[in-house]
Ligand binder design. Structure first.
Ligand code: AMP
Length: 395
């Protein structure tokens, strides 16, 4: 978007006051927490999701239909003053239809960009922000050549549709190239090869931008993944403050350059030398931003609503150290037992556990069922609390 177009976007930006209805494409936990935060601000919500009684559908009216159902999308548009989405793999036809029939401040261009790893990397580079060196892979021969250029180990990823570490393979030797290619190229998927970044930490920053051009970022979260799924967010991150400042600057620059309206979650690697590489971005609330619900003056969900409605953005100050731990299906029973029953043995850690459950109909191993925000004086106390419960020891 040119500078002139940007200025005209800012001048014509529509402000939606409380009382307006926000339509959410997708009725999962992100939509639910957005609706809970936005309802407290005086907004109304309606969601579209194929799963009966979806997490967001339990707190707002739900249109039960497939995401690609254009008639249902039109019904959502008719019932809403503004449309947002809680995931990025929105059908292009539906996104275009919603844009033409309703007010979609996030637009569809950013969705198009972030739905494809190559387009996403090019857009990040165009903002002058570094990504891990990568190559487009078109066949086995181009994979061999790219692996030689980038060096091993490297990571082969499908360009579209991967999530939570799925659809990717780490290649450690030349002998592993063909098997990784055969596994991931099935069904004609486009592929991208990345240099393996030996990181000291994985971090993320949630940036927000309103259509009138105000930009703010939340404090850096240090993220620990287990089996490709986020396990912990630790805030403040245990990395140098100068790196944290730089990370927030990069995220804010990306939000501006990508013309974001709403949130942009930016995941990064921090190398041993303190260099930052952006791994991926998501134009929506993010699991690594759940800590803001208790630890920041404004939660990421309130901020998203403020941003898309073109209200002044909220204060993002961190009010307390915090650790967020995800509750997966295999953790649910013990977690509910523990947090429902005061446990004296754990009092010594001086942490305040705040449990959030998403109301999912069925619990499965690896499925995100909720999270606990552990407010603490020092993040080590919360990490000790998690260790002492024994709940998360087995994956
Ligand atoms: P992604 O689906 O791209 O978020 O990747 C899932 C996880 O795989 C990341 O959180 C990292 O732990 C790891 N990973 C992905 N890409 C790389 C890379 N280029 N170098 C090192 N680790 C990676």
């Amino acid at each position: 978007m040119s500078k002139e177009q940007q200025i005209s976007q800012q001048v014509n930006a529509k402000t939606l006051l409380p009382g307006s209805t926000i339509g959410v494409l997708g009725g999962g936990q992100l939509g639910r927490m957005m609706a809970l935060a936005g309802t407290a601000m005086g907004y109304r919500f309606i969601t579209l999701d194929p799963t009966p009684s979806a997490p967001c559908g339990q707190v707002a009216p739900q249109i039960e239909a497939s995401y690609s159902d254009e008639a249902a999308a039109r019904k959502l548009a008719l019932a809403s003053d503004i449309i947002t989405y809680e995931f990025e793999n929105v059908d292009a036809g539906v996104a275009a239809l919603l844009e033409s029939e309703s007010h979609v401040p996030q637009g569809s261009t950013l969705l198009y960009t972030t739905q494809h790893r190559l387009r996403e990397k090019r857009a990040i580079e165009a903002a002058g922000v570094p990504v891990a060196p990568y190559r487009e892979i078109t066949d086995l021969q181009s994979l061999s050549q790219a692996a030689e250029e980038l060096g091993l180990p490297c990571v082969l990823k499908i360009a579209t549709g991967g999530y939570d570490g799925k659809g990717q393979a780490v290649i450690r030797s030349e002998g592993g190239l063909e098997a990784a290619y055969r596994e991931l190229a099935a069904a004609g998927r486009e592929l991208v090869l990345e240099k393996f970044i030996s990181f000291q930490a994985e971090i993320s920053v949630i940036a927000s931008r309103s259509p009138k051009g105000e930009v703010k970022s939340f404090p850096v979260s240090e993220n620990i993944h287990v089996d490709g799924i986020l396990h912990l967010s630790i805030v403040p991150a245990r990395i140098a403050e100068s790196i944290q400042r730089e990370a927030r600057k990069l995220a804010e620059r990306l939000a501006e350059s990508l013309n974001v309206a709403g949130l942009l979650a930016v995941e990064m690697f921090v190398t041993k030398d303190g260099e930052l590489y952006v791994n991926e971005v998501a134009p929506r609330p993010h699991n690594s931003g759940h800590y803001t619900m208790e630890a920041c003056a404004t939660s990421q969900f309130e901020q998203h609503v403020r941003a898309i409605c073109n209200l002044p953005l909220g204060d993002t100050t961190l009010l307390s150290p915090i650790v967020m731990v995800n509750v997966l299906g295999q953790h649910l029973e013990e977690v509910v037992k523990r947090t429902g029953v005061p446990d004296n043995a754990l009092d010594e850690f001086g942490v305040v556990p705040k449990l959030h459950l998403y109301g999912k109909n069925e619990s499965k191993i690896g499925r995100k069922m909720g999270h606990i925000n552990l407010l603490c004086k020092d993040v080590q106390h919360a990490l000790d609390w998690i260790e002492q419960t024994h709940i998360w020891r087995q994956g």
